[in-house]
Ligand binder design. Sequence first.
Ligand code: ZN
Length: 277
Amino acid sequence: MELEEHYSQLLGINSPWEIYDVELKVDESRLDIWIEYMDDKGACPECGAACPRYDTRKERTWRHLDTMQFATYLHCNVPRVRCEKHDVKSIRVPWAEKNSRFTLLFEAFAIRVLNAARSVEEARKLLGLNWHQVDAIKARAVKRGLARRQATKIDCLGIDEKQFRSGHDSVSNLYDLTGGRVLDIVEGRTENDCKQLIEQALTPEQRAQVTAVALDMWQAYANAVSQALPKADIVHDRFHISLHLNDAVDSVRRAENKALNKMALPQMEWVDYRNPL
Ligand SMILES: [Zn+2]
């Protein structure tokens, strides 16, 4: 049928998935699309092995991008396969992530609306979602972003501490200085917090490729970096260096002043060489 083929192309649904019914309810401004899996084998979601079909789960529904003003929903009875290693599992559907009630295209669109809107509340209303749904969509987008990031090489990192609640709590931030982005944040500023921050944000391969880390002058961070990133040079930024240098100069000056005062030197006379008497 032509209409089913048209929607197959629109949704990027390919064999063995097939659209077998499309229903338009004009009075409800709603379009429903039913998809079926047409093969007696399927890939195990854990290992990808081709496994025999085991059974079919009850119908699930995903919200998709609206078609004109029609709220559009996909429906499918997703099959389960029996894998020799992983037992009975539902196969992956190409249009959505596991456990999501929205298609990937809808989620990508929702993220664009969230970025463009003045507030999450405004975006939420435009999209017709509740808070829980918005949160879940954001969390999955972050996860996808992190998965994409896994492979990239990061040369220079930055780690610093931010305090909040008037200094009662602190977080440690990890930055990609070359890419100019925040990589991850953890609560606290101990050596272990910092180590955890580095290890959860970067793969072992990425950690081996880091050449330099800019740090607050804080021993716990330096210890963590020398353990988690043994090949990276530690550098301190100009602000912190000048801060400590000023402190050092100041304390030397004060110590010398004290010592000089104790020595009770004879009063020196001040001679103005430009205006000799
Ligand atoms: Zn498997």
